[in-house]
Design a binder for this molecule. Sequence first.
Ligand code: ACO
Length: 428
Amino acid sequence: MAETAILQVDGQSYELPVITGTEGERAIDISSLRSTTGMITLDDGYGNTGSCESAITFIDGEKGILRYRGVPIEDLATRSSFIEAAELLIFGELPDPEERDEFRQLLTENSALHRDMRKHFDGFPADAHPMAILSAMINALQAYDLPEIHITDSGGFRRAAAALLAKTRTIAAASYKSHIGQPIAYPRYDLPYAENFLHMMFSVPYRDYVPSPEVAHALNMFLVLHADHEQNCSTSTVRMVASGGANLFASVSAGVNALWGPKHGGANMAVVEMLQRIQSDGIPVSRYIDQAKDRSSGVRLMGFGHRIYRNFDPRAQILKTAAHDLLESMQIKDPLLDIAQQVEEAALADDYFRERRLYPNVDFYSGIILRAIGIPTDMFTVMFSIGRTPGWIAHWKEVHDNEAQRIHRPRQIYVGEPLTQWLPPAER
Ligand code: ACO
């Protein structure tokens, strides 16, 4: 017999179905609640609300588990290329060699920007934030890459997905080159994804940049670890926009904007800025921790805490080791890594953080890796966007393909003025 939950309200009893996911998570299905009781649920920040059923990514925040399409993140981070992980997320399974070659070819064919898109770069002021450029340019891509706006067949979707993955990387590198006043470097057709990005970032007409295998590996791992994270703020935004029928590029562009904030993807930049401030102002770590514990200070320990992970963030653990390995291979000594470790140790030993179950998240060590690679701090959230693009595409597709999909339209509890009379200006 199907499991149900009983809700008692106004002296009446209502039976609500209980839904169980493939990993045993349970939810009370309240989709008939308003029509039967006249009431809605209130869940500020959606901490208890499942907004959809999804088959893409599984997280168990208590146990620190993250899997893309069932495959553990630890395996993907160490053994998969970013594009393989992207194909897994977007198309639902690991590609066989033929599928991999075909998709790589599509990426290669679609990596260059239309010549007229250059004019868009010229229109931005030199100090424009790269996230503003990225979201605007992804939106503009629609005009060049998705002429029919609506994707009608699987071939069209594969091409649009490849174009978005390849061009997000090209736009990111081109915005950096425009910002520093260097000529834009064209994508190369012989390089894998991460290496090609580094080439477009750091090659100049008189000198090709060739990354060490360790640098390419670290960037690839960074991208794999950021590729999806189920219904986070930016992905929910993509799904929200997609539910209204918006095209792939418009929906992903909205996701970039949602990622920008310091409580979300902007945290990777905020972490490095925090560590630099501790270093340059000579603030003792213990004093900084005290400030972060004091709500009135307005200071938070950036890179700490997560809505879902209440034990540890598996991505942070992988990135911590990767940061050490990379710095060692490059023979770099970054004082910020030492400060980060001191901050982590002090926070983990502190009751405030322990009681609230606040642990380092994905952003805590990722900035150290990006710095070592030579990525400027204001590009960090752009790097997160490149990594998250496969997830956004996969979630857009899940919404797009769901014939029963309703437009996302939450309700609210109104707490404003009751009926109020309009008064002419002289009487106000
Ligand atoms: N530093 C100090 N205190 C914190 C921190 C922090 N980083 N994070 C949470 N807290 C405290 C809150 O003040 C609150 O304390 P209270 O119970 O005394 O009121 C308690 O812990 C719960 O915090 P919430 O803000 O309710 O937790 P929520 O799940 O809403 O927020 C978030 C999660 C946004 C990640 C938060 O922990 C935070 O702001 N962290 C710093 C920013 C950051 O690193 N963001 C990246 C997240 S990962 C990602 O998006 C890719």
